[in-house]
Design a binder for this molecule. Structure first.
Ligand SMILES: *[C@@H]1O[C@H](CO)[C@@H](O)[C@H](O)[C@H]1NC(C)=O
Length: 195
């Protein structure tokens, strides 16, 4: 099997498993497919209430998806356009973005910093988290100042730009299908008896 077939295989079995889980709990998960990626928009699923950032992250994981990240401008534009046309743009949506660990904005689901080639953060005054203008050496990362009120990034209603928000606020959220990764970690097989 090539990677694509493996991906399809995994997706099929994931869906099958989800179908069973959903059958058990009497829930049907509605996802959309946009530009070849599957998304779960909480607004389309009436039984899923608004959640805080952490529970939204966990909810996405529980259905085999990830809280959404915007790695490219095209993806951000496409989803914003969809939300507007589907009539969901009057709601805030959690993304996986946060600056809880440093003052640099990172996508929690991918581990990547925000893409420096475009900036959809709402313009702010004062001590705002930074979209990197280039790779930042680990040692220069400042200690997080995001813990507290405004550490998490939401896609904002109406304007559809991104803003820092209180992570404990209840909001809608968007999950996305995780890519299939085929990393070669070069793992060493060991047994628990080995030191
Ligand atoms: C950053 O965004 C640009 C424009 O959408 C895109 O072409 C590029 O691939 C992105 N970089 C990464 C690392 O995703």
């Amino acid at each position: 099997m090539n990677h694509k077939q493996i991906c399809t295989f995994i997706t099929f079995h994931l869906c099958f498993t989800l179908a069973i889980i959903c059958g058990v709990y009497g829930q049907r998960i509605v996802t959309i497919q946009l530009d070849g990626t599957q998304y779960y928009v909480s607004k389309m699923n009436p039984y899923a209430s608004e959640l805080n950032y952490f529970l939204a992250y966990q909810y996405c994981r529980s259905i085999g998806l990830q809280l959404v990240s915007f790695e490219t401008k095209e993806k951000a534009d496409s989803i914003a356009e969809y939300l507007k046309n589907a009539g969901y743009s009057q709601h805030d949506f959690w993304t996986s973005g946060n600056h809880l660990g440093s003052n640099m904005l990172l996508w929690m689901s991918t581990g990547l910093p925000f893409n420096a080639t475009f900036n959809y953060m709402k313009k702010q005054e004062g001590d705002e988290p930074t979209v990197p203008s280039g790779p930042l050496p680990m040692g220069r990362r400042k200690r997080g100042n995001g813990i507290g009120n405004t550490g998490c990034i939401a896609l904002k209603a109406h304007s559809l730009d991104w803003d820092t928000e209180d992570c404990t606020k209840l909001k809608d959220f968007i999950c996305e299908q995780t890519r299939c990764y085929f990393y070669n970690y070069g793992s060493i097989p060991v047994s628990s008896a080995q030191g």
